[in-house]
Design a binder for this molecule. Structure first.
Ligand code: SF4
Length: 335
């Protein structure tokens, strides 16, 4: 706690601690780096300062605020949860770990973080940083991807939370993992306030911990992504309601890497009147389980293609949230 008091990073969501701000920041920080979240957090809180505004926001504006953060179901769950907060809890996040756990998108970690940081409740908040610190501190070889190991870590932390200091204690453990006991084999033990207590340090195996079962290789999908222009307009389509990037707008694409002749034939068959095709620089995008290897093609049409929605480049920029997988292709429209 002493180390944390002196070394806590100055982060926007720590400057003013409210249950809403802690919740939004914790959801944004899942799967996303602190540096990347800072700007998003300020923009989001500026536009939607509380549960009432979040519950009422329309989906397109919500996704626009989230554009580029990825894992868009997090944003949709935030709005669902805000509606529950308005309808069931009178517009305030509930000050109870069990009640927080019932909100859409809130798991044990987020419920623990909000309960302890915003309400001072003695609940653990065990994320990847805390698991890493604990596994090195106790020189524990268990696989941290195993849910039973995580539950055991939660029990451990619950048992050592100092009275009245749950929020600072949880944040201290996380901060230690994020800034000193850092991942990928390189803990900065010389700067660590708990080096004396650390079994991994004394045994010399801290750097190889924590252990984690090997992940399955990602599936690679080849796609031909189209930047479709018809006059000044750009053609978009909406993804299916389920699956990867569910319901988001996207640049149209076809399976596989098609040659110009194959592509022209496929588009003509779909009823598109193609005037011109130009190859763009290929790009790659990595999702959790899939990797897209994308060849880009600029397609000029004589008439709007069926099944696409046509918007101006300004509308695309200001009102439509396009997943970052397409970012490099959209840059050709910025002239
Ligand atoms: Fe992590 Fe090293 Fe500190 Fe142990 S001494 S907790 S391995 S930084």
């Amino acid at each position: 706690l002493g180390w944390y008091a002196e070394n806590a990073r100055d982060l926007p969501w720590r400057r003013e601690v409210t249950p809403y701000r802690v919740w939004i920041s914790e959801i944004m920080l899942q799967q996303t780096r602190v540096e990347a979240v800072k700007g998003y957090f300020a923009r989001f809180i500026g536009a939607l300062p509380g549960p009432a505004e979040l519950a009422a926001v329309d989906e397109r504006e919500l996704l626009k605020l989230w554009e580029g953060l990825g894992y868009y179901s997090r944003a949709r769950n935030l709005r669902k949860a805000a509606r529950v907060i308005m309808e069931t809890y009178g517009g305030e996040l509930p000050a109870s770990h069990e009640a927080l756990l019932t909100l859409p998108g809130v798991g044990p970690y987020t419920a623990g973080a909000v309960a302890s940081i915003a309400f001072g409740l003695p609940e653990p908040a065990v994320d990847g940083n805390v698991l890493r610190v604990l596994s090195r501190l106790t020189a524990d070889n268990s696989d941290i991807a195993d849910p039973a190991v995580k539950r055991a870590a939660e029990r451990t932390v619950r048992g050592i939370i100092p009275a009245g200091r749950a929020g600072a204690f949880n944040q201290a453990l996380m901060e230690l993992g994020a800034t000193v006991c850092i991942p990928n084999g390189a803990p900065r033990c010389d700067d660590c306030p708990i080096q004396l207590l650390c079994e991994g340090f004394h045994r010399g195996n801290a750097a190889v911990l924590p252990l984690r079962a090997a992940k399955k290789a990602r599936r690679v999908e080849n796609r031909t992504v189209l930047v479709v222009r018809c006059g000044q307009l750009v053609g978009l389509r909406q993804r299916p309601k389920k699956g990867l990037l569910a319901g988001l707008w996207e640049l149209p694409s076809l399976d596989g890497h098609l040659s110009p002749d194959e592509l022209r034939a496929a588009l003509t068959e779909m009823g598109w009147s193609v005037r011109k095709l130009l190859s763009l620089r290929p790009a790659k995008h990595i999702f959790t389980h899939v990797e897209w290897h994308m060849n880009g093609v600029y397609v000029e049409l004589d008439a709007p293609a069926p099944a696409l929605t046509f918007v101006t480049p300004a509308e695309l920029r200001d009102a439509y949230a396009l997943p970052s997988a397409f970012r490099s292709f959209v840059s050709v429209l910025e002239d």
